[in-house]
Each structure stands twice: as structure tokens, then as C-alpha cells.
Design a protein around this ligand. Structure first.
Ligand code: HH2
Length: 266
């Protein structure tokens, strides 16, 4: 298996496909498997290198869903894609990751950084999958209540360094892993901005960094606008310029265009 940085060089666009009734911004849009699969194919046509399929919303205030419900949402979409589209599965559950890997998914995107399900590391290791480890303070239900850090960049880096060591100890080769500061997961607007501003602190861990700022509520707070496309593109380009490798986005084509230009300049 080639290292993740070779498979997904800078900048790589990851399209977001939420197969949920209640996601942040696209909840309910892709609930029908055929519609979801068509949207995934359009994302690849638009220049995404991979599509992140998720069956559980992690928006602030959300409760979890059962394994059965998550499988019921995700599996029919992957079956329709038939392994023809590079897919990442946004899950913290071993059973969901296993089902996705069996259907051709190549990356497991775990917002709990292997703290959610003790079986997940073994599934990733045994399934020869790439892995994204994300930082979150608290849990989705309560994480935005009162996020606190003394030094947000240092604390997020220290957490991700520890989770990276854990993953490697569980048999997942380091070269398959990328790290994510978890924009919006237990962070204020200013903490989110500081994480991007000081992305070098995360890059010092030596792994590619994934950033997902697309359509997050911090952008609405900054701009006062409900149309978050321009704000999302700006955040992705800023993250890329500070060293991010993978940008997780909802609106693929505009991000691909912007990052193509930013990459050409860089
Ligand atoms: N953000 C969301 C979900 N999964 N995974 C990673 N690695 N990084 C992120 O920033 C990230 C993520 C939340 O955004 P969205 O998918 O739009 O919403 P929801 O969780 O409500 O489905």
C-alpha cells in the first residue's frame, strides 16, 4: 500500500456525503441511496479525489445513532457505488467500518480518533485502510457548551501525537495515517481560526493534515451570511497555504478550482 501522502498529494479535495436526516448543512439531501451514489459520482467528476460517506451526524448537540441504523444508511450507497469511486467512511464504529471496507472503502475517518470503539483499530489494521484521526474536546452533544484550552494548537497537537502513537501501537502503519484538528469539535470561532493560523504546530507531527472547515458555523459567525460557499473556499485555501494536504468540503468544484490555482501559485 502506498503512503497516504502519495495516494493523496497536496492539495487533495475530499467530498462530503452525509447520508443522514440531520447533518450540519446537507442533512436529508442524500437519504435515498441512488441520489447519494449519484452525488458521490458527481463529486469525483468535479475533481474530488475521494468521497467521505457518513451515516451519523456529529453536529453540535446531536445524539449518536445505532450500528444498525448507520449500516442501513451507508451500505446501500456503497453497494450502488460498487467500489468504482474512492470512498472514505466517516464512522467511529468497527462494524460500519468493516462493512465499508468490504465494499471497497479505502479510508476510515474516525472523529473519535480510536477512542469510540475498541474494535476499530483492528478493523483498520486488518483491512489495510488509510485512517484519519481527528481531535474533539468532549462529545457532540455537549462539546460547544464551553470549550477551554490554555494553548489550543499545542493541546490539539499533543492529543493527536498521542493518538497517532496509539494507532501505530495497534498495528496501523504511520504512513497510512493523517491527522485533523477537528474544526468545530469543541472549539470557539477564535480557537478554530488559531488552529489554522498555527497549523505548523500540527505539521510538526510529521503526518499529512486534513482540514474540514466547509460550511461550519464559525464561518457564519464571521460573515453573518447564510451562503457559506465563499467563506468555505477562503478557509480551505488558507488551510492549504499553511500546509494542509486534504480539504474536506461539501461544494467540490469551486474548491477544486480555488485549490488548483492556489497550488499552482505555491
Ligand atoms: N466534520 C464533520 C464530520 N466529520 N471528519 C473529519 N475528519 N473532519 C471534520 O472536520 C469533520 C468530519 C462535521 O461536518 P458535516 O459532515 O458537514 O456535518 P455532520 O457531522 O452533521 O454530518
Amino acid at each position: 500500500m502506498i503512503p497516504i501522502e502519495e495516494r493523496f498529494p497536496r492539495p487533495t479535495v475530499m467530498g462530503v456525503l452525509n447520508v443522514t436526516p440531520d447533518s450540519f448543512s446537507d442533512g436529508g439531501v442524500h437519504l435515498e441511496p441512488g441520489t447519494a451514489a449519484a452525488a458521490a459520482r458527481r463529486m469525483i467528476e468535479g475533481g474530488a479525489a475521494i468521497v467521505d460517506v457518513g451515516g451519523e451526524s456529529t453536529r453540535p448537540g446531536s445524539d449518536g445513532v445505532s450500528v444498525d441504523e448507520e449500516l442501513r444508511r451507508v451500505v446501500p450507497v456503497l453497494d450502488r457505488l460498487g467500489g468504482e469511486v474512492p470512498v472514505s467512511v466517516d464512522t467511529s464504529k468497527a462494524a460500519v467500518a468493516q462493512a465499508a471496507l468490504e465494499r471497497g472503502a479505502i479510508l476510515v475517518n474516525d472523529v473519535t480518533a480510536l477512542r469510540g470503539d475498541p474494535e476499530l483499530a483492528g478493523v483498520v489494521a486488518g483491512g489495510d485502510a488509510y485512517l484519519c484521526l481527528m481531535h474533539m474536546q468532549g462529545e457532540p452533544r455537549t462539546m460547544q457548551v464551553e470549550p477551554r484550552y490554555d494553548d489550543v494548537a499545542a493541546e490539539v497537537a499533543s492529543f493527536l501525537g498521542e493518538r497517532l502513537a496509539f494507532a501505530v501501537a495497534q498495528g496501523i502503519p504511520e504512513e497510512r495515517i493523517c491527522l485533523d484538528p477537528g474544526i468545530g469539535f469543541g472549539k470557539t470561532v477564535e480557537q478554530n481560526l488559531e488552529l489554522v493560523r498555527r497549523l505548523d504546530v500540527l505539521l510538526a507531527l510529521g503526518r499529512p493534515v486534513l482540514v474540514g472547515f466547509s460550511r461550519k458555523s464559525s464561518l457564519r459567525r464571521l460573515t453573518g451570511s447564510d451562503d457559506l460557499l465563499g467563506a468555505s473556499v477562503a478557509a480551505a485555501v488558507a488551510a492549504f497555504e499553511r500546509g494542509a494536504t486534504i480539504l474536506r468540503v461539501h461544494d467540490v468544484r469551486p474548491h477544486v478550482d480555488a485549490l488548483t490555482v492556489a497550488g499552482a501559485i505555491a
